[in-house]
Design a protein around this ligand. Structure first.
Ligand code: FEO
Length: 171
């Protein structure tokens, strides 16, 4: 069993990760509509990764003897005027998720819950990568996205993203 506060925060994080998946799938919907299938594919994989994060935290809670409960997942309600908009929303969202992970980590540290800290180490690293990926994408879009050929090439590049399941979820 975990400290009550940590169990609650982790349970809430399952919902946040599922919301993240929902949000990125909404980005994919937007890009499909814009005819940018590579961007849509990139965000579909992003959504799969977020779902994985939810599964990993759910599994951790269960393995710790906790009862996981689900709340409603919020509706993604962003509207986009230009292709850069979802990319910027994505970076801000990742910064927000990093702050959530940091809060749980700090609670685990305070409770001397070294097991949860160790579990969260993967997420701390992952958040660093996700913020960098989101930031890199904005930089590339600013460099190449404003002219059709550049946008086409970037779309091709993003279409090549491959999904890799995290080791923790492999059989
Ligand atoms: Fe699961 Fe993008 O943080």
């Amino acid at each position: 069993m975990l400290d009550k506060k940590i169990a609650r925060l982790l349970n809430e994080q399952v919902n946040k990760e599922l919301y993240s998946a929902y949000l990125y799938l909404d980005f994919a919907n937007y890009f499909e509509d814009e005819g940018l299938d590579g961007f849509a594919h990139w965000y579909e994989i992003q959504a799969q990764e977020e779902r994985d994060h939810a599964f990993m935290i759910r599994r951790y809670l269960i393995d710790c003897g906790e009862r996981v409960t689900f709340d409603a997942i919020a509706k993604p309600d962003k509207t986009f005027k230009k292709h850069l908009d979802p990319l910027e929303v994505g970076l801000e969202h990742e910064k927000y998720v990093t702050s959530l992970i940091t809060t749980i980590y700090a609670a685990a540290f305070e409770a001397k819950d070294f097991k949860t800290m160790q579990f969260l180490d993967w997420f701390v690293k992952e958040q660093g990568e996700e913020e960098k990926n989101a930031d890199d994408l904005i930089k590339k879009m600013n460099l190449f996205g404003s002219e059709p050929k550049g946008l086409y090439m970037l779309n091709q590049e993003l279409a090549a993203r491959v999904y890799n399941a995290p080791a923790a979820l492999l059989p």
